[in-house]
Write a protein that binds this ligand. Structure first.
Ligand code: ZN
Length: 341
């Protein structure tokens, strides 16, 4: 058994932000899932795997595998160099929208939000389609600047967000601080979650696994199951091969093989099989039609032409509740899965 070094054996630790014991308790080595403890330059596991902590953010990426996102490669380079001088320092006023979010809104929220780049006056916080949290622990996989973590906090969950982008996680921390929300954010990979087994009450992921190869998405589902408590659920959004808008996009790219961060379209039956095998008993429901990013709760942010689209999408979504076959042609699907044991 390994012994933890005493805190006073870490003379240089005061040079960086200490992790809270609550954060340390939930984290494990993403490679072997063993406990981590703090040392001078970051975190270390009993096998000697080391992870940098930058501005209080643990960088828990696995460097020897192919990364799923260019920002993961960038975060690894920074972690290796232990040099944060290239990171932009933002001073964001209380009533100002974070510059990262201003810039990223079209990418994180999708095409319907493109006109808002640089023009946001408030943060669009979507409505989470889950019951009240009652202080339960919520993990968002691929949280970027944390909109769903903020939504979860508003519903009474204790949010934890993970994303491969250090830039996005730095923004998520700034925005949470600005909004007075307590959230834990770490940099990591959905295929190698750095969290304890059987730990979370709810896993959530939106517009993330749809961008991964199907093999990487399946690996991520197995990790989601591992960190869920028995009886707890995952709610994951994916893109449907039979959605009208999705068919149009596939046609435009000539139904060729997908690559990089392009959206992967799944058949509903394929999704059900993958999620049932990966997590547990699963159900499909419609999230939206004619778009992969229609959020009824964000209507006031949208111009009239998009509002009409979101209204139609929302009408069809509600109808699909009483007419389930309609869900199978939604462009954006939710898969709700439960870990049974
Ligand atoms: Zn390790």
């Amino acid at each position: 058994m390994s012994t933890r070094p005493a805190a006073n054996a870490l003379p240089h630790l005061e040079n960086r932000e200490r992790l809270s014991s609550q954060t340390l308790d939930m984290l494990v080595c993403p490679r072997d899932k063993q406990s981590l403890w703090e040392e001078t330059s970051g975190l270390i596991c009993p096998q000697g795997h080391r992870y940098a902590v930058i501005e209080g953010i643990p960088i828990l990426l696995v460097s020897e595998v192919e990364q799923t996102h260019i920002e993961a490669t960038r975060a690894l380079l920074l972690a290796e160099a232990q040099d944060v001088s290239s990171l932009p320092q933002f001073q964001v006023a209380e009533d100002e929208i974070d510059p990262f979010v201003q810039n990223a809104i079209g990418a994180t929220n999708g095409g319907l939000y493109q006109h808002l780049v640089g023009k946001l006056k408030e943060y669009p916080i979507p409505r989470l389609r889950l019951p009240q949290g009652n202080n339960r622990l919520f993990l968002e996989v691929g949280c970027n600047w944390g909109r769903w973590c903020l939504a979860a906090a508003a519903s009474g969950y204790r949010p934890v967000g993970i994303d491969p982008s250090l830039k996005a996680i730095r923004a998520a921390k700034r925005v949470a601080r600005q909004m007075g929300v307590e959230a834990t954010y770490v940099v990591g990979d959905s295929r190698f979650l750095p969290f304890r087994d059987v730990f979370f009450d709810q896993v959530f992921s939106y517009s993330v696994l749809q961008h991964l190869s199907k093999a990487n998405a399946r690996d991520s589902l197995a990790e989601m199951r591992r960190v869920l408590r028995a009886g707890a659920g995952a709610l994951v959004q994916m893109a449907n091969v039979f959605g009208v808008r999705c068919l149009y996009h596939q046609m435009r790219r000539g139904f060729r093989e997908t690559r990089d961060f392009e959206v992967r379209y799944w058949k509903p039956a394929e999704l059900l099989a993958a999620f049932t095998a990966g997590i547990g008993p699963s159900e499909l429901s419609a999230d939206g039609y004619f778009s992969l990013n229609a959020q009824a709760s964000d209507l006031r942010f949208l111009p009239a032409r998009y509002r009409a689209l979101v209204h139609v999408s929302e009408g069809l979504r509600k109808l699909s509740g009483s007419f389930p076959p309609l869900a199978k042609v939604a462009d954006s699907l939710y898969i709700s899965s439960r870990r049974t044991e």
